[in-house]
Each structure stands twice: as structure tokens, then as C-alpha cells.
Design a protein around this ligand. Structure first.
Ligand SMILES: Nc1nc2c(ncn2[C@@H]2O[C@H](COP(=O)(O)OP(=O)(O)OP(=O)(O)O)[C@@H](O)[C@H]2O)c(=O)[nH]1
Ligand SMILES: [Mg+2]
Length: 434
């Protein structure tokens, strides 16, 4: 049974859309929805979130529809969850635990698993108190009755042991994640040194990021009509056919009310996108909530410090979007960002060439080390080397100007006829072998 609360400033449609999404999340996690309840409130109730009167009502409805869990659309405070569980006499869950559960099911890499476990333990720790307090309350009663011994009830002792064990585990996970991060940093530095421009696919979960990566690079990343199919970062080379070298990354999708603990835990994976030269913000243009999803994605980008990067909106799934809605969406995006969105379908391949062209157009070129003797008739290339590169050595002779320089790739391409060796030969990068 799903429960949403409509607070002032939120329309019923917004609450319904959020519950639709919670239903999709639940479906992905392996649950089935029997009933949904929406309660209007001026503010969440501190003790019960939905209000005391509503709790008894929920208990009756839960029995009636045979619900074995009641799922709230917002993260509940630990005390609220406990009070609700006592009042409804059913398992009480919230959006956060459902998302954590999906992440736990989908994590495959060691890093992904460690990240999810860290977020889960962070969620669990303040909620341990629940049964611990109930038990120590009993023991406390005994102690107050004059027994003296056992003032620390067994519940509390056990709770302390559990808590300490969890804290140790959290420290271990954090240390492990630091190691993973170091490896990731090294790889990123390597790319930086080689100046390979990178575009990162970002966007709402299920928008089609992995499908686009596959389309653009011939990769075979798992694509599924499930939320959070991708949890790990994948890096692939994009061949635009002009000899330039560009890298594309795919990573975990975002969702509204993404638990903060998860963002924290996944920070290093998510930061993969903050190092990109261009964000390809993929949007499911056939989704009725497309614009709200754009906003939600930007909120997470801001949280990870990626909101200042150049952004290219990619409206995907145009094969199943309503043409009028699509045109209106594209217009609004263009007005707001000042850049026209690219319209594509990862399934039919429509618009993919335009997308590749736009990526190449908006990415800075690679820099290459060149050695060449340029004839005087092409002195413009020497000037370009100064303007768009660094000249290490310049000598004039009867033949022309001999240069050793590090220049933008386009300049190197123009110099091709006079280059002494081939700076375009590219060794496969170690990170490509993943
Ligand atoms: N009709 C249509 N379906 C698409 C298109 N692109 C992707 N899909 C479908 O949308 C679903 C999600 O695609 P993914 O590529 O896994 O999406 P994602 O953004 O990587 O999702 P997560 O990794 O779960 O965040 C799959 O069922 C795809 O087949 C498209 O252009 N048209
Ligand atoms: Mg994916």
C-alpha cells in the first residue's frame, strides 16, 4: 500500500506522478501495489508524518486490501517509522529503503556493492534503536523495581554490540571506497594527461543513457526497462570518423528524492561526470514528466558540483513521443538553455549522426605533440600553433619554419602534409580494456 502526502504548493497531479514513480520503483524491487492513499496536510506530522487520526484508518485499509507493507513516498524519520509500525501493525517502508533495495539488487561491481552497503548501513544505524529501546525499557522497569542488576537490559547490550559492529563495517567500507577512488583518479589523470575529451551521459533513470552509449559506440551495456539498470560507470571510445579521439561515459541514473546517503556513497562514481568536458543530458521525451525529470537531474548535478559544465540536452525516445508534445518540449528547452536540443531515438537510430556531430562540435579537441617544417606559404599554421598551442622550438631555414609544438588536434590535422611523424597513432588506453 502506497501513501503520499500532499503538502501546500504541490498539486494532486504531482503527488500522483510521484506515486506512479514509487510504484515503478516497487515493481522493480519485486513488489506489487494493492492500494494508494493520498493525504492532504498543511505540514507533515512530527510523530506520525500523516497524522494520528489517519494511522488507524491506514491499519484498517491495510487489512482490507491484504497489504503486507505500507510504503511512504518520502523518507521517514526513524522515530516516525517506529510509531507508524506500532500503529499500523504492518511493515512500514519509505521511498529511500525501496531505492536502496533496488541498488542492492543491481550492484555488480565490488565498488558498487560497497557503495550500496555503506548507504544501507547509514540508513540502518539510526533505526537500530527501535527494538533496542523497547527491550531496554523492560529491563529498565525491572531495575526500577529494585533488582538493581541488569539496569542495562540485554536489549541495550545487544544494541551496543550491533552498533559497534556496524560502525566498524562502515569504517572498513569507507576505507575500501577510498582505494577504489584512488584507482579511478589515476585513470582519470591518465586521460587528462592524454587530453582525451570526455562527454558524460547523465539523466533520469530509464531515460535511455545506456541504449545511447551502445548506439554511439557499439558497446553492449545492459539495457533494461527497469529503474537503475546501470550502477557502474562504463567508459567507451567514440569513433566520429574524423580521426579525433573522444570518450563517452555512462553511469547511474538519477531519480527524484534520491536519498542523500546514496548520493554521498556514490559520489565517486557520480564524479566521473564532473570531470567531463560536456554533459549529455539524456531525457525520455515520451515521458509525461520529462520536464520535472530535467529539474530533478539538475538538482543532483548541483549536489555533485557538475552544474557548471556545458550541457547538451538530448531528447530521446522520439519514436514514441507525441509529435506536438515533443515540439513544445524542444522549444521550451531551447528557450531555457539557449542551445537547441538534439532529437534522437536510440532504438531506431534517428538523429544519432546529428548527435555525434554535435558532440564533436562542442568538445574541445585533443592536443598533440607535432614536429614539422612548414613552408612559408602556410605561415598561418605557424601562427595557429602559437595561438592554439604551445611552441617549444621554432627555427627558420630556406625550406620554411621548423616547429616542435603541442597544438590543438585541428591544427595538427591541417599540418598533416608536413608532419615528421604520426601523432595520430593512438595506443589503446589501459582503461579501455574494462
Ligand atoms: N521506444 C524507445 N525506447 C527506448 C529508447 N531508448 C531506450 N529505450 C528503452 O528504455 C529503457 C531504458 O533504457 P536504458 O538504456 O537502460 O536506460 P538508462 O538511462 O541507461 O537507465 P538506467 O541505467 O536504469 O538509469 C529500455 O527498455 C530501452 O529499450 C528509444 O529511443 N525509444
Ligand atoms: Mg543504464
Amino acid at each position: 500500500m502506497l501513501v503520499g502526502v500532499q503538502l501546500p504548493g504541490r498539486t494532486l497531479a504531482e503527488v500522483e506522478a510521484s506515486l506512479d514513480e514509487l510504484e515503478a520503483l516497487l515493481d522493480t524491487a519485486g513488489g506489487e501495489v494493492a492500494e494508494r492513499i493520498i493525504q492532504r496536510r498543511e505540514a507533515p506530522d512530527a510523530a506520525t508524518y500523516i497524522g494520528r487520526g489517519k494511522v488507524a484508518e491506514l491499519r484498517d485499509i491495510a487489512v482490507e486490501v491484504h497489504a503486507d507493507a505500507v510504503v511512504f513516498d518520502d523518507e521517514l524519520a526513524p522515530a516516525q517509522q517506529r510509531t507508524l509500525e506500532e500503529g499500523i501493525r504492518q511493515k512500514v517502508l519509505d521511498r529511500t529503503i525501496v531505492i536502496l533495495d533496488i541498488f542492492a539488487q543491481h550492484a555488480t561491481s565490488r565498488e558498487g556493492k560497497a557503495q550500496v552497503e555503506l548507504a544501507q548501513l547509514g540508513y540502518l544505524l539510526p533505526r537500530l534503536r527501535g527494538w533496542g529501546q523497547a527491550l531496554s525499557r523492560q529491563a529498565g522497569g525491572q531495575a526500577a523495581g529494585g533488582v538493581g542488576i541488569g539496569g542495562r537490559g540485554p536489549g541495550e547490550t545487544q544494541l551496543e554490540v550491533d552498533r559497534r559492529r556496524i560502525m566498524r563495517r562502515i569504517s572498513k567500507l569507507k576505507a575500501d571506497l577510498k582505494d577504489f577512488e584512488r584507482v579511478r583518479r589515476t585513470k582519470a589523470l591518465e586521460r587528462e594527461r592524454n587530453r582525451v575529451p570526455t562527454a558524460a551521459l547523465v539523466g533520469y533513470t530509464n531515460a535511455g543513457k545506456s541504449s545511447l552509449l551502445n548506439r554511439l559506440t557499439g558497446a553492449s551495456v545492459l539495457v533494461e526497462d527497469r529503474l537503475f539498470a546501470t550502477l557502474d560507470a562504463t567508459v567507451r571510445r567514440l569513433d566520429a570518423g574524423d580521426g579525433r579521439d573522444v570518450v563517452l561515459t555512462d553511469t547511474v541514473g538519477f531519480v527524484r528524492k534520491l536519498p542523500h546517503g546514496l548520493v554521498e556513497a556514490f559520489k565517486s562514481t557520480l564524479e566521473e561526470s564532473t570531470r567531463a568536458d560536456l554533459l549529455l543530458h539524456v531525457v525520455d521525451a515520451s515521458h509525461p514528466e520529462a520536464e520535472a525529470q530535467i529539474v530533478a537531474v539538475r538538482e543532483v548535478l548541483e549536489e555533485i558540483g557538475a552544474d557548471r559544465l556545458p550541457e547538451q540536452i538530448v531528447l530521446n525516445k522520439i519514436d514514441r513521443a507525441d509529435p506536438d508534445d515533443l515540439a513544445a518540449l524542444a522549444r521550451r528547452v531551447e528557450n531555457e538553455t539557449g542551445t537547441s536540443p538534439i532529437l534522437v531515438s536510440a532504438v531506431t537510430g534517428a538523429g544519432i549522426e546529428e548527435l555525434t556531430a554535435r558532440i564533436m562540435q562542442r568538445l574541445p579537441g585533443r592536443r598533440l605533440k607535432v614536429r614539422a617544417t612548414i613552408p612559408f606559404s602556410r605561415h598561418d599554421l605557424v601562427a595557429a600553433a602559437h595561438e592554439r598551442g604551445e611552441v617549444h622550438l621554432e627555427e627558420h631555414s630556406g625550406e620554411g619554419t621548423t616547429l616542435v609544438a603541442t597544438v590543438d588536434e585541428e591544427v595538427a590535422i591541417d599540418m598533416r602534409p608536413w608532419l615528421e611523424d604520426d601523432p595520430f597513432a593512438v595506443e589503446p588506453e589501459p582503461w579501455e580494456q574494462r
